[in-house]
Design a protein around this ligand. Structure first.
Ligand SMILES: *[C@@H]1O[C@H](CO)[C@@H](O)[C@H](O)[C@H]1NC(C)=O
Ligand SMILES: *[C@@H]1O[C@H](CO)[C@@H](O)[C@H](O)[C@H]1NC(C)=O
Ligand SMILES: *[C@@H]1O[C@H](CO)[C@@H](O)[C@H](O)[C@H]1NC(C)=O
Ligand SMILES: *[C@@H]1O[C@H](CO)[C@@H](O)[C@H](O)[C@H]1NC(C)=O
Length: 469
C-alpha cells in the first residue's frame, strides 16, 4: 500500500477558493439548516432500506437497540423505496431478520431521486458519478429534513459533508470502501487484472489519465471521510482500508450481528460417526466460485486419503454450495473430472444448492469444516461452521485470520493453514489429537462467537453512538 495515496498534492490550489465558497454557499446553507434542524432526531441515510441484505440487518438492529437505549430520540430513515409503506418495510424486517421495531418511533422519509444513484446510468467514471449522485440524493434528504444526528449506513460518502455543513453530527458505518489504496497501486503498477483492458495498461497516456482519475476520486473520498465525527466499520478488512484511505486512527470495528442461534442448536454426531463408522467427514460450504479454491480441497482430500487409511479411517468430503449459473455447473464438471484423476471420486460428494435442513444435517455430521478461499473479507460460513461445532480449518488470510479464527481468551478456536501440505497435515493432526482436545476447541469456538452476537453489536454500537450525543 503506498503511504501517500491519500495526500492530496493539489489541495493547496483549492484552498484559495475556500473563502469564496464559504460566503456564497456554505454560510447561507448553514443558516438555513440551523433554522430547520429538528432537535432530538436521528436519521439513517439508507436509500435501499427494503433490500433485505446484510446492510439492512445492521440498520434494523441499530434502530432497535437505540429505540430501547435512547427512547427520548426520534428515529428516521431516508428511504428510496417509494413503493413500500412503512408497515411493509417493518414487516419485511421482522420476517427476514426477526427484528421487531417499535413502529411509533421510526419514521420514513421518502426520497424520489434514488434512481440517480443506480450504476447503470454511468457506463464511464462510474465511481465518481455515483458518488456525485449520492451527493445530490443527500441534498434531497436535506431538503426533506435536517436531523440532529445523521448516519450514513449505506456508503454514500458525499452525504457526510452535506450534513456536516448543515451542522448535524455525522456518523458513518462503512461496509466496504468505495476506493482503496490497493486499487490505486494496481493502476499505478499497470496490472491488467484490475481492468482487463490491455489498451489502458499499455498506453502511457491512458494509464496516467486513469491514475489521475483515481487520485482525484481518492482525494474526494478522503475529504468526505474527514467530515464524519464517528466512523464505524464492519470488520478488520474494511478497517484496514478505511484507516489508510481516510487517514484516521479512530475507526472502530462494530461487527454486524450474525444470526448463529440456529447453528448453535445443532447436535453434532461427528464424533459418533468417527468412532463407530471410522469415518472422517469433511464439509466445505460455499458457492462454487473460482476464488473459493475447491481444487485445493480435492488435493487435500487426495493427500490425506492414504495416511488416514493406514490409521484405519475412511474419509469423505462433501462440497455443499450454491450453483448460480452455467459457469458454476461447468466448474463442478471440471472438479469431478479432477477428482477422478486424483482417484478420489468415491470419497467426494457434491450437494449443490442444498436445502437448509440438509445443510444442517451435513453440519451435524461433519468433523471438520474446510474453507480454502484466500483473503475472504469476512466468511459468514466460517462463523456458522464454528457455531455448529465442527472444527474449522480455514485459510490463514482475510476475515478468518483477522476476525474469526482468532484465539479467544488465549485459547485455540480452530486452525488456519496456507499450503496444500499444511492443510493435509492439519487435518491429520485434528484427527490424531483426540476427542477431548477437539471438544475443548469446539467449546472455545462457540464461546468466541459471542463477539458477533446481537448483544455485542448493541454494546459497541451504543458506545460509539454516545460519542455524538
Ligand atoms: C462487511 O461488508 C462487506 C461488503 O458487504 C462484506 O463483504 C463483508 O463480509 C462484511 N464483513 C463482515 C464482518 O460482515
Ligand atoms: C474497467 O474499468 C471500468 C471503469 O474504470 C469499469 O467500469 C469496468 O468494470 C472495469 N472492467 C473490469 C473488467 O474490471
Ligand atoms: C481478459 O483479457 C484476456 C485477453 O485479452 C481474455 O482472454 C480474458 O478472457 C479476459 N478476462 C476477463 C475476465 O474478461
Ligand atoms: C492462504 O493464505 C496465504 C497467506 O495469506 C496465501 O499465501 C495462500 O496462497 C493461501 N492459500 C490458498 C490455498 O489460497
Amino acid at each position: 500500500m503506498s503511504s501517500d495515496c491519500s495526500i492530496c498534492s493539489s489541495i493547496t490550489t483549492i484552498l484559495y477558493l475556500i473563502p469564496l465558497l464559504f460566503a456564497l454557499f456554505v454560510i447561507p446553507f448553514r443558516l438555513i439548516s440551523d433554522t430547520r434542524r429538528k432537535s432530538k432526531t436521528v436519521a439513517f441515510f439508507h436509500p435501499y432500506c427494503n433490500a433485505g441484505g446484510g446492510g439492512e440487518r445492521v440498520l434494523w438492529a441499530a434502530i432497535r437497540t437505540m429505540q430501547k437505549k435512547f427512547p427520548d430520540r426520534k428515529f428516521y430513515v431516508y428511504s428510496g423505496d417509494t413503493d413500500a409503506t412503512k408497515e411493509q418495510i417493518l414487516l419485511k424486517a421482522r420476517q427476514r431478520f426477526g427484528i421487531e421495531l417499535d413502529p411509533t418511533n421510526v419514521h420514513f422519509i421518502y426520497l424520489h431521486w434514488r434512481t440517480l444513484v443506480e450504476a447503470r446510468h454511468y457506463p464511464h467514471f462510474t465511481m465518481l458519478f455515483q458518488a456525485l449522485a449520492g451527493l445530490v440524493l443527500s441534498l434531497e434528504a436535506w431538503i426533506r429534513m435536517v436531523p440532529e444526528i445523521f448516519i450514513d449506513s449505506m456508503g454514500y460518502p458525499l452525504s457526510l459533508p452535506t450534513f456536516r455543513l448543515a451542522g448535524s453530527k455525522v456518523v458513518a458505518y462503512v461496509h466496504y470502501p468505495t476506493i482503496s489504496c490497493d486499487m490505486l497501486d494496481v493502476v499505478e503498477s499497470r496490472q491488467q487484472t484490475f481492468n482487463n483492458s490491455s489498451t489502458i495498461a499499455q498506453s502511457n497516456f491512458l494509464s496516467w489519465a486513469k491514475l489521475a482519475y483515481y487520485r482525484l476520486f481518492a482525494c474526494l473520498y478522503w475529504l468526505a471521510g474527514k467530515t464524519a465525527h464517528v466512523v464505524m466499520v464492519n470488520g478488520s478488512w474494511t478497517q484496514r482500508h478505511i484507516t489508510a484511505i481516510w487517514s484516521r486512527r479512530d475507526v472502530s470495528i462494530v461487527y454486524p450481528p450474525c444470526d448463529v442461534e440456529e447453528f448453535m442448536k445443532i447436535e453434532s454426531v461427528a464424533e459418533r460417526i468417527l468412532e463407530e463408522k471410522k469415518t472422517v467427514r469433511l464439509l466445505s460450504v460455499g458457492q462454487i466460485r473460482p476464488e473459493k479454491n475447491h481444487k485445493l480441497q480435492l488435493e487435500v482430500l487426495h493427500d490425506i486419503k492414504e495416511p488416514l487409511k493406514k490409521k484405519g479411517y475412511n474419509v469423505e468430503l462433501c462440497i455443499a454450495g450454491g450453483c448460480r449459473n452455467e459457469e458454476d455447473e461447468q466448474r463442478v464438471k471440471t472438479l469431478k473430472k479432477e477428482a477422478k484423476e486424483l482417484g478420489i471420486e468415491k470419497e467426494l460428494r457434491f450437494e449443490l444448492n442444498i436445502p437448509y435442513e440438509n445443510l444442517i444435517d451435513e453440519l451435524s455430521k461433519a468433523l471438520i469444516s474446510i474453507h480454502t478461499m484466500h483473503n475472504e473479507h469476512f466468511g459468514i460460513s466460517v462463523v456458522e461452521a464454528m457455531a455448529a461445532s465442527t472444527v474449522i480449518l480455514s485459510n490463514d488470510s482475510g476475515g478468518p485470520k483477522m476476525d474469526i479464527v482468532k484465539d479467544f481468551d488465549g485459547k485455540c478456536v480452530g486452525y488456519l493453514s496456507i499450503t496444500r501440505e499444511e492443510y493435509a497435515e492439519t487435518v491429520l493432526k485434528i484427527v490424531d489429537e483426540g476427542r477431548s482436545q477437539r471438544d475443548k476447541i469446539r467449546e472455545q469456538a462457540r464461546k468466541s462467537l459471542s463477539r458477533f452476537s446481537d448483544s455485542a453489536f448493541e454494546t459497541h454500537w451504543n458506545k460509539q453512538f454516545e460519542n455524538v450525543l
